[in-house]
Each structure stands twice: as structure tokens, then as C-alpha cells.
Write a protein that binds this ligand. Sequence first.
Ligand SMILES: C[S@@+](CC[C@H](N)C(=O)[O-])C[C@H]1O[C@@H](n2cnc3c(N)ncnc32)[C@H](O)[C@@H]1O
Length: 262
Amino acid sequence: MNHVDPDAVVRAEQATWTRSAPIYAEHTAQLTSHAVSHLLDAAHLTSDSRALEVGCGPGHVTAMMADTGATVTGVDLVPAMIETARTLHPDIEFVQADAEQLPFGDDAFDVVLVNFSIHHFTRPDVVCAEIRRVLKPGGRFVFAGPIEQFGFGAFIEGLTTHHTMEVLAHGPLYLEATREDYENLVKDASFASYDVAVRQLTLRLPSLEPLLQTGWEMCELSELPQDTQNKIRETTVQRAAPYRTENGYAFPDRIVVGQATK
Ligand SMILES: C[S@@+](CC[C@H](N)C(=O)[O-])C[C@H]1O[C@@H](n2cnc3c(N)ncnc32)[C@H](O)[C@@H]1O
């Protein structure tokens, strides 16, 4: 899996999420939250649990974990995300660290949750081994990641119709991931048991604004000529039109949802 320069991936991730941190909680979080209830069901958190979210962004999922009464910590690579998370959720512990080197002892957590971040990791196999290390024996790793995203896909079609971008340095699961890729990760990390399934989950958006705001920040589109920006927006709206509903949009995304026990 080590076919990319890990430092280049880290630089690309740092730049993307530093730029996106100010809009993430309001906009991007709406694109990544449709599997969270499934993860929380699988996590079985109680007030006695100690839990970790890896790749927590601005901490909205960490906060949902904390609502169960569990003691939770969020970890993210990007300082701007950690600062935002601390501002939005001052009662929760957030730590800046690379998921490849989690700053916790062995057997420390009952649950580790990763939502929509594994595909951003340079070496997800290294991260999985690290997650297994910090879990207690019998502890649960629960995760979700995108397989096919119709909402984000509409934006990508709008983007690629009118603009050519250099593909950013990325890890092995970024552009093409299958259920088997995710299953192999937990299998190869020697979890005692696991269940990895693809679910069709509806991404509901009140408007396309979360999608457009996210796309514009992630891809730095405000640097483009206004005419090109207008065309990207128009094509995105056209491609999303089949998913329009009375209340906004409903995209039938395919998401991998997994759980594994140490
Ligand atoms: C798409 S966001 C997901 C955020 C959040 N979990 C959610 O559900 O919306 C991916 C996050 O992974 C973080 N990330 C990327 N590489 C990382 C690494 N090596 N270690 C820790 N976090 C990382 C990014 O900084 C970013 O905040």
C-alpha cells in the first residue's frame, strides 16, 4: 500500500483541511454524518466507556459520542481542526496527532471510531495496527467510509467538466475503495472478529450550499475566473437535479460501515 510519498500526502491533507476548517462544522459535516447513527449503535458506548475518535475534524461526531456519557477524546492531524473543535466543544479533550502514531498507551480505549477519514490516511494499514494497539482486549473499532457519493459526485462532474486539476497526493483508498479493501484492513490488522458491509444511506441536504461551499474550499475554486466558477456551479446543480425533493436533496450514497473487535 506504500505507493505514494507519505510526506506529500500529509502536506496535501494539512493544506486542504487547514483551508476547510472554518466552514467544516457548518457545511462539510452535513456531507459526512449519514452513517454516524449506525456507528454509535455499533459502538455500544456507556458512561463507563473510554472512547477515541481518530480524524475527528471539528469534533461534531466526538460530541455525539460524548452525549452518551462516555469519556471521549478526539484526535486530528491538522492544528486548525483541533483549535476549531476545542472552541466548539470546550468540555471535550482534543489532541493534535498523526493517526499513525497515536499518543496513547496500549489497551487504553473501549471504542475507537473513525468516520469518513480512513480514505485520507497515507497508510491505513499502519493506522489500523495503531488503533488495535490502543484498544483494550475485546474493544471495538467502528468505522464508515464512502464507496459511492452521488452528491459529491455531482460536484466532481461539475468541476471536471470545466476545470482540470492536478490529482492531489493521496492514500490507497482515496479515489477508489471497495468493501473488500476495508475488510482486508481489519483482517490484516489481526482483529479477532469483524463485519464490514456496504449500506445504501440517504444523504439529505436542505440545499446544495454545503456541497458547493465544501467543494469550493477543498479545491480552492475562488481562485478561478468568475466565468469558470459559474459554469462549475451550473453543471453541479444540473447533475444534482435528479435527486431534488420537496425539502431539498436526497442522494442514495453507498457507504461502507464496519466494526471489528480486538
Ligand atoms: C473528511 S474529514 C472527516 C472529519 C470527521 N471525522 C467527519 O466525520 O466529518 C478527514 C479528517 O481526517 C484528518 N486526517 C487526515 N489525515 C490524518 C492523519 N494522518 N491523522 C489524523 N487525522 C488525519 C483530516 O485532518 C480531516 O480532519
